[in-house]
Design a protein around this ligand. Structure first.
Ligand code: PHE
Length: 334
């Protein structure tokens, strides 16, 4: 009778207590064996009742153990008893920044140091902001139909072909002094190859104030390249853009003699990284800024090209293939 009560009320705190309980009742020298031993000596008239009671107790002990086993069985429902603080953690994979973003953010942080802030503009642009206000009249060759994606055959709506459109948008709404940087996607109707794509990224820079000179432009770009590439040499070559006068293209020396942080493509010499110039007075007039009072410079660079130089990426298509083996090599920060 007492045993029945003990079994019914048994409530172990851990698997060890359950195991001790099992040994106590079912073990070789356990209570049930002991009772079966006694059964032999029980007088015949009570044998039946005694036997039934032992069997009942045995049944009860077995049921109890089976139900509690389930409770401690790890393959079954999770319970707080499963918590094992010594187990190794599950791997937690951090994503990485896309190389375009890594370099874009680096460039932004460099120009932030000298007072540039970030401005944004739409990727679907009208003719005025993408071309006309930038001194590209209707028949200007730079508007070559083949290079531009038009929206719905509407000649007034294009996918912007450069971030220079943001210059116009910003100057229309803001008075000098202006110091902005504008990163974003641009589109050109070009065949896709290892070196060119119909979608890529540019960063535009714009500075308008009183007495801005070409020397300011050169110093700004020199500061920028040495921050981005380490100690580096640049040179400016005369060039032409409809919206700047004079215009220049900037090369950075990518050779053995420079101590750039990214001296990777040894001996490749001078490589073009951006276009720039002093804002054409016509452009300032188009956005109602007085060219007699203000002057400024602008520059634009392709981000893909710079990333390819810095990280030895040989094919521009890799940026949009989303191959995890390439992407995971880049920073989880920045
Ligand atoms: N918009 C020019 C291009 O896409 C780059 C540029 C920007 C040149 C600003 C001069 C000034 O090639």
């Amino acid at each position: 009778k007492n045993y029945l009560k003990e079994v019914q009320e048994f409530n172990p705190k851990n698997p060890e207590e359950l195991e001790n309980f099992r040994i106590k009742f079912l073990g070789k020298k356990g209570i049930l064996n002991d009772l079966f031993q006694k059964f032999k000596e029980v007088p015949n008239d009570t044998k039946k009742e005694f036997g039934q009671q032992i069997n009942h107790l045995k049944q009860l002990v077995n049921d109890k153990i089976n139900s509690l086993k389930d409770h401690y069985n790890f393959s079954k429902q999770p319970t707080s008893d499963r918590l094992d603080l010594t187990r190794p953690g599950y791997p937690f994979n951090l994503g990485t920044r896309h190389p375009i973003s890594v370099v874009k953010n680096k460039i932004i942080s460099i120009f932030k140091k000298i007072g540039f802030s970030v401005a944004d503009g739409p990727e679907i642009e009208d003719d005025w902001h993408n071309f006309t206000a930038l001194n590209m009249s209707e028949h200007h060759p730079a508007r070559d139909m083949q290079d531009t994606f038009f929206i719905d055959k509407n000649p007034d709506l294009v996918l912007r072909t450069h971030t220079s459109s943001v210059q116009i948008r910003y100057m229309e709404k803001n008075e000098p002094p202006i110091r902005i940087l504008s990163p974003g996607r641009v589109y050109r109707n070009e065949d896709i190859s290892s070196r060119s794509h119909c979608m890529f990224h540019q960063i535009e820079g714009l500075y308008v104030d009183t007495n801005v000179s070409f020397a300011d432009l050169k110093q700004t770009l020199q500061f920028f390249t040495s921050e981005l590439f380490g100690k580096s040499e640049i040179r400016m070559r005369p060039s032409y853009f409809p919206f700047t006068e004079p215009s220049a293209e900037v090369d950075v020396y990518w050779g053995l003699e420079t101590e750039t942080d990214y001296r990777i493509t040894k001996g490749t010499g001078w490589l073009e990284i951006l276009g720039c110039g002093m804002i054409d007075p016509n452009v300032l007039k188009n956005v109602n800024i007085n060219p007699e009072k203000y002057s400024g410079f602008a520059f634009g660079m392709g981000i893909e090209r710079i990333v390819m130089l810095m990280y030895q990426i040989g094919d521009i298509r890799m940026f949009t293939e989303n191959d995890i083996r390439m992407l995971k090599q880049f920073s989880t920060e920045y």
